[in-house]
Write a protein that binds this ligand. Structure first.
Ligand code: G
Ligand code: G
Ligand code: NA
Ligand code: MN
Length: 252
């Protein structure tokens, strides 16, 4: 497969880049963190979105090296964003279920923190519900190790996968990211579902992030419903590292 060999080269030749989408506190509009999102600048095909190559990386096993690169890059940024005197900024990193098949994942993350001078509390990992589906012991152990080290754990696209409330009882989940398909609908039932998710999170002491916020009406509804944090095009699209640092008034 051409994409596979190209992707190997991309890793070597610095064609990959992380962009960061800000997460905003609805109370005061302040940016409290961001989600790292991978971008590939292909020399011939131009910008390839992650949806088109993450799958290839997973099938070929390249996701292990790619995932390590993402971790390293995001932790470097988190270290700069949290330099002395700056307000706290937590960076969320997407992890593929395939990365959990590597029994060394929590050690890899610990190594990367050490290499980059990033503290555990400056990052969060985003996992999908599909990872939790099979209640695999290895996954449970890795999540517990990451959590015990001070890294927070978020469930991405919450409510769309194979949602089961037992996940919330069995795994150390700090944050629910409400999928944007719930946010961008204004019908009564969707809004009641969002409120129900907020209520579950409140009872369990979890944080909530509303994803895919695009309008002032959506923001208003979320704020009134007690949602603390939002992310979406209404605030900012994913931006390059340089812009993230500039907005934080940090020199690179
Ligand atoms: O940025 P965009 O909307 O195109 O992202 C599409 C999908 O790719 C999202 O589901 C996102 O979670 C996933 N994705 C983006 N960056 C990464 C990454 O660094 N690692 C993994 N595993 N998935 C990512
Ligand atoms: O699966 P995940 O939640 O990681 O996907 C994140 C993707 O969602 C990113 O590729 C990002 O570009 C996209 N995204 C972020 N904000 C919005 C938004 O407000 N609306 C839409 N349609 N997509 C968004
Ligand atoms: Na995500
Ligand atoms: Mn998501």
């Amino acid at each position: 497969l051409a994409l596979e060999s190209d992707l190997r080269l991309a890793l070597k030749h610095e064609q990959l880049e992380l962009h960061y989408q800000p997460k905003v506190l609805l109370d005061n509009g302040k940016v409290i963190g961001s989600e790292a999102l991978l971008r590939w600048h292909h020399p011939k095909m131009g910008m390839i979105p992650p949806g088109e190559f993450i799958g290839v990386a997973e099938e070929t096993g390249l996701i292990i090296d790619l995932g390590r690169w993402v971790l390293h890059e995001a932790c470097c940024t988190a270290a700069v964003m949290n330099a002395d005197g700056l307000p706290p900024h937590k960076i969320a990193i997407n992890l593929s279920p395939k990365q959990f098949q590597c029994p060394r994942l929590s050690q890899t993350v610990a190594d990367v923190l050490q290499e980059t001078g990033c503290r555990a509390e400056w990052i969060e990992v985003e996992i999908t519900e599909s990872l939790l589906l099979h209640n695999c012991e290895g996954v449970s152990t890795t999540l517990s190790q990451l959590h015990a080290s001070g890294i927070s754990i978020a469930i991405d696209d919450f409510g769309t996968g194979y949602s089961s409330l037992s996940y919330l009882a069995n795994f150390p989940i700090d944050t629910l990211k409400i999928d944007r398909s719930f946010i961008n609908r204004s019908d009564k039932r969707s809004r009641e579902l969002v409120k129900a998710i907020l209520s579950i999170a409140r009872c369990l002491g979890q944080n909530v992030v509303a994803e895919g916020v695009e309008t002032v009406d959506q923001e208003k509804f979320l704020a009134e419903s007690g949602c603390a944090v939002a992310q979406g095009f209404y605030y900012s699209k994913p931006i390059p590292k340089s812009e993230l640092l500039a907005a934080n008034a940090v020199l690179e």
